[in-house]
Design a binder for this molecule. Structure first.
Ligand SMILES: [Cu+2]
Length: 325
C-alpha cells in the first residue's frame, strides 16, 4: 500500500494516459499473491454454494438459497446477469475516478480548464444509461410475467396466514384443510429444527405445477419460500396468486416474511416435495386425519379457508380428536 501511495504521489511519467505507477504497484509479487488468494477464496465460496443444497437458512449463509423451481433458476440467472453489468459499471466509474484524481489533481494540473459543456459526452451519458436500463428491463419484465401466473396448473393449494400460523387447503381434494403450527421448543423431537419445524407441513408432489392462492384473516403476512422464488403477501380480503413447480424432492424450511405481530418469528413455513406415489399415500392419510375438520358453513370443496378461520376453526388437536367421533 505504501508503494502504491508513493507511486500515486509521484504522478505519471509522460503526463497523459493510464498512471504507470499504479500498474507497477499492482504488478508487485506481493500484490499478485494477495489477488491470487482473494480469487481462490471467491472461487471456493462459489463452489461451496453450488454443491450445498440449501433448503433452509444457514448461519453465515452467503448468497441465495439453491433454486428448486424453474422460476428460481431464472431469478438466479437474471441476478447473475445483473451482477456482471453492475461489476462492469462499477469498474468503469472507479477507473474514471482514479484517472481524474491522478491526472487532474492540483499538483499535476495547476491551471484548470474552463470547459463547461461537451455535447458529445452529455448525449452519451444520457443515452448509454437509458440503453443499459432498457436492456435490463426487457428480461426483467419477461421474468415478472413468467412468475406472475400459471395457465395450466396440476393442482391448487390455498394458503391462509393467521396470527400466528398458516392454514393449508387443497380445494381439488374435497377441501382437505389443516393448520400448520410451529413445534414448541419443549416438544421438539431429535432431528427437528428449532423455530423451523411445524406439526403439519404443506406437502406437494415433485414435478407438479402448483397454483398457490394466498389470503389472510387478520394482518398482513407473507408466504415466502426462497428456494421456489415465491413470496406472496397474505392480505385480508385479497386473493393473491403465484405458482411453483418443485424439481427436487426435499423439505424446504422458511419463515413468515412480513412482520405481523409479536409471534411473527414463530410461524415457520415447511414445504415437503415428495414423489407422486408418496404424495398420494400422504393424501389418503391426511384425508383420514383431518376428515372431521368441519369447516363452518359446510365441509364441501368450496368452503373457503378464510370463512373457516374467521369463524374460529378448531386447533389441529381438536380436529384429530373430532376424527375419532
Ligand atoms: Cu409474519
Amino acid at each position: 500500500m505504501a508503494r502504491l501511495r508513493k507511486s500515486l504521489s509521484q504522478g505519471v511519467p509522460g503526463g497523459q494516459g493510464v498512471p504507470g505507477g499504479i500498474v507497477r504497484a499492482l504488478a508487485t509479487p506481493r500484490a499478485l499473491r494477495v489477488a491470487g488468494i482473494l480469487a481462490l477464496a471467491l472461487i471456493g465460496i462459489a463452489a461451496a454454494g453450488a454443491v450445498a443444497w440449501a433448503n433452509e437458512p444457514h448461519p453465515w449463509q452467503f448468497g441465495m438459497q439453491a433454486p428448486a423451481t424453474p422460476v428460481k433458476e431464472r431469478i438466479h440467472a437474471f441476478h447473475n446477469e445483473l451482477l456482471v453489468i453492475i461489476f462492469l459499471i462499477t469498474i468503469f466509474v472507479l477507473g474514471l475516478l482514479v484517472y481524474v484524481m491522478v491526472r487532474f489533481n492540483a499538483k499535476r494540473h495547476p491551471v484548470p480548464t474552463r470547459t463547461s459543456h461537451n455535447p458529445v459526452i452529455e448525449v452519451l451519458w444520457t443515452i448509454v444509461p437509458v440503453v443499459i436500463l432498457v436492456a435490463i428491463a426487457i428480461p426483467s419484465f419477461k421474468l415478472m410475467y413468467y412468475m406472475d401466473e400459471v395457465q395450466n396448473a396440476d393442482m391448487t393449494v390455498k394458503v391462509t396466514g393467521h396470527q400466528w400460523y398458516w392454514t393449508y387447503e387443497y380445494p381439488d381434494q374435497g377441501g382437505l384443510t389443516f393448520d400448520s403450527n410451529i413445534i414448541q421448543d419443549k416438544d421438539l423431537k431429535p432431528g427437528q429444527k428449532r423455530l423451523l419445524d411445524v406439526d403439519n407441513p404443506l406437502v406437494v408432489p415433485v414435478g407438479a405445477t402448483v397454483r398457490v392462492q394466498v389470503a389472510g384473516t387478520d394482518v398482513i403476512h407473507s408466504w415466502y419460500v426462497p428456494s421456489f422464488g415465491v413470496q406472496e403477501y397474505a392480505v385480508v380480503g385479497r386473493l393473491n396468486e403465484t405458482w411453483f413447480q418443485v424439481e427436487h424432492e426435499g423439505t424446504y424450511y422458511v419463515e413468515c416474511n412480513q412482520i405481523c405481530g409479536v409471534n411473527h418469528a414463530f410461524m415457520p413455513i415447511v414445504v415437503k416435495a415428495v414423489a407422486k406415489g408418496d404424495f398420494d399415500k400422504w393424501l389418503g392419510d391426511a384425508k383420514k386425519q383431518f376428515a372431521a375438520a368441519p369447516a363452518p358453513g359446510g365441509a364441501d370443496a368450496n368452503a373457503t379457508v378464510i370463512a373457516a378461520a374467521a369463524d374460529g376453526k378448531p386447533a389441529p388437536e381438536k380436529l384429530a380428536a373430532g376424527a375419532q367421533e
